[in-house]
Design a protein around this ligand. Structure first.
Ligand code: ADP
Ligand code: MG
Length: 391
């Protein structure tokens, strides 16, 4: 038994440095995101003069929202230090911390690793945070990643209070800058008074990566993480093809990593397309993404699949909305209003399930047409039917 374990532990791997394939790793360079980093730098220049900024960063999964934010905040912190400004950077994942209290605990943990898990109210924790910042004469860059999870569960209160942090002592600027990251339209989810602290122009939208862009990103990871000449060019091409269906760098890197493991597993010394295929069959992309949708998004997506099953290349939002209302009746759900329906369509687009675009001139006129880029409608409908339970 211990032979088997040691065999694996000590065996050589084609992977030189697996840390470089970790999702938390921040590469020195981020190909094809230079312009976006420049936009953030331009916006947050004011922080070096102690004037806070807020921004919303939107984009589908794997478009680099988290990694560019990390890169940017680390650079800004360093630049501040050079000018004698103390900038603290805290990155909170709101899927893991989705209440006001849990977010604040995460922030206070940055300043005091022994801060107790319980015993303080939200208001007290806000005061303690204020004290930490004042004592250090510091500003805070607070990233709320997957911010929609916080807003859906706990509303906009915390974001409102943080964006108006120092209203009482009017003399000083708010020491807190907020960066909200989400796949969803979080600006639209905030209540009106909170929205007013965010400028409409302070939104960074990250497009899905094109296949050329993904190719460069994969090449970079191959260089960083693998020994020389062990990943075939054909394999890189295949990974690019698969991932570019979604425009998703996360999927690309996961495929690369799993293909490397499959190669080690078979004790071979080159990553071939066959290993990529093994890797792909291990990743159930669509299925895992479906779990992120709420019930109404699932119902709408199911109706889109149903209406495309008849064979057309696309359907229209008008048709889908009608079908959705019928589906709500069938499932005993109160249908959401037109505006909310639209938000859901936008979310489904951001998630990469559908492509929604304004139809040009022609028979349909000025309406929005929807297509399913990469999933057979029949499979999708079945996956969703399994997941939606009747009341
Ligand atoms: P998101 O937060 O939008 O879902 P991430 O920032 O987590 O996406 O990116 C997913 C993976 O792809 C991470 O491993 C990240 O390092 C990598 N990645 C994304 N964009 C780039 C890029 N432009 N260059 C290098 N790696 C990237
Ligand atoms: Mg992310």
């Amino acid at each position: 038994m211990s032979d088997i374990i040691e065999d694996v532990l000590f065996s050589s791997s084609i992977i030189k440095d697996s840390d470089k394939l970790d999702f938390d790793y921040v590469p020195e360079n981020l190909p094809h995101r230079e312009e976006q980093l420049r936009f953030l730098a331009q916006l947050f220049k004011t922080v070096l003069s102690c004037i806070p900024q807020n921004v919303v960063i939107n984009g589908a999964v794997g478009t680099g929202k988290t990694v560019i934010t990390k890169k940017f905040c680390l650079s800004l912190t360093r630049a501040g230090r050079k000018q004698g400004k103390i900038i603290e950077y805290v990155h909170i994942n709101c899927r893991k911390r989705s209440t006001d209290g849990m977010v604040l605990l995460g922030i206070l943990g940055h300043f005091d690793s022994r801060f107790p898990d319980r015993g303080f109210s939200v208001q007290e924790m806000m005061q303690i945070l204020s004290k930490h910042l004042r004592r250090r004469d510091a500003q805070l860059l607070l990233v709320l990643d997957e911010a929609d999870a916080l807003i859906a569960k706990s509303g906009s209160n915390l974001i409102y209070n943080l964006s108006r942090f120092s209203d009482e002592s009017l003399k000083e600027n708010n020491p807190i800058s907020l960066l909200l990251i989400s796949q969803k339209d979080v600006m639209g989810m905030l209540d009106i008074s909170t929205q007013s602290s965010f400028k409409r122009s302070n939104v960074l939208y990250l497009n899905k990566y094109s296949s050329n862009e993904l190719y460069d990103i994969i090449k970079q990871r191959v260089r960083l993480a693998f020994h020389k000449n062990v990943v075939c060019n054909d394999s890189i091409d295949l990974i690019t093809d698969i991932a570019s269906e979604w425009g998703d760098a996360r999927l690309a890197i996961e495929l690369l990593w799993k293909a490397g493991l499959a190669t080690d597993d078979r004790k071979e010394d080159r990553v071939t397309p066959e290993h990529v295929r093994v890797a792909k069959s291990n990743i159930t992309t669509v299925e895992s993404k479906l779990n992120d949708l709420n019930l109404h998004e699932k119902l709408i997506l199911m109706m889109i699949a149903r209406s495309l099953k008849k064979g057309g290349a696309y359907t229209t939002t008008g048709d889908v909305e009608k079908l959705y209302r019928v589906a709500c009746e069938e499932y005993n759900e109160k249908p959401r209003g037109h505006t909310q329906f639209w938000n859901y369509i936008k979310n489904l687009d951001a998630y990469g399930f559908i492509t929604a675009k304004k139809s040009g001139e022609g028979i349909i006129g000025n309406t929005t047409v929807i297509s399913l880029p990469d999933i057979p409608s029949k499979d999708l409908e079945e996956l969703l039917m399994k997941r939606i339970k009747k009341k």
